[in-house]
Design a protein around this ligand. Sequence first.
Ligand SMILES: C[S@@+](CC[C@H](N)C(=O)[O-])C[C@H]1O[C@@H](n2cnc3c(N)ncnc32)[C@H](O)[C@@H]1O
Length: 273
Amino acid sequence: MLKSLDDPKSIVRRGYDLVSAAYRADDADDGVYAEWLHALEKQVAPGSPVLDLGCGCGVPVARRLAQRFAVTGIDLSPVQIARARKLVPAAIFLCADMSTVQFPDESLAAITCLFALIHLPLEEQPALLRNVRRWLRPGGLLLATLGHRAWTGLEKDWLGVKGGDMWWSHADIATYRRWLADAGLRVEGETFVPEGTGGHTFVLATRQGSVVTAVAARNGAQPGQSARRALQASARVPSLRQVSTIGSRRALRSEEAPNGAALRSRSCARAPL
Ligand SMILES: C[S@@+](CC[C@H](N)C(=O)[O-])C[C@H]1O[C@@H](n2cnc3c(N)ncnc32)[C@H](O)[C@@H]1O
């Protein structure tokens, strides 16, 4: 019993089961997401397959995207998924750990992962970004919320919900930029959204043709330079490329969490607590 409580993914799953309604009302508006979803909508053809990783209760992201696209949502919390199925009947929702799900290569036009990657243990996050790139069609889009400052931790009774403990794990933004580049995802737009004394970074990125090409380009590789040299260089030189900024800075509502966590289980079946 104690072990499952100590497991970050069990904490996150149980936490969202408990705080689901406190985190997001059934009729919440698009809020801080609106302009980013608009940016994505402009670039993705109607009817395209779109995946929402860590979709929560489906509101507002899947609700809005399902009006134009064929949306699949994945979430670890059975309560979040049950609400999503009720609130957004036009989309498909699966209760699963995003770090273990699989989709066919180049099968998705866009992937959203909003305030959710930061609930995975840091060591699982680069692999998820590589999967995202693999699942995206060439030129496909990733819209994600990333950490800004490195921070891993737990909050007790989050959002004032008794027993609703929550766990997060953020890398700093320079590390996320490097992970994205190394995965073959090119940042097209980035905005810091402050929250309390910290904040998060919204990123819109596109899938590059190949990881080696993307990393080589990031390092200014010359024609003829070997892929291995380009990749070695990338390990030494952090990406500090200036990116364009879209959207204005706006405070998140208090229920739009900080941080992120992880679990080790592979399904949403409740662990014996
Ligand atoms: C802060 S909520 C954000 C929900 C939604 N993306 C939004 O922005 O409104 C984070 C969601 O990610 C889910 N989540 C956390 N870790 C996950 C994992 N390993 N696999 C799938 N979902 C996960 C949580 O259950 C929760 O519903």
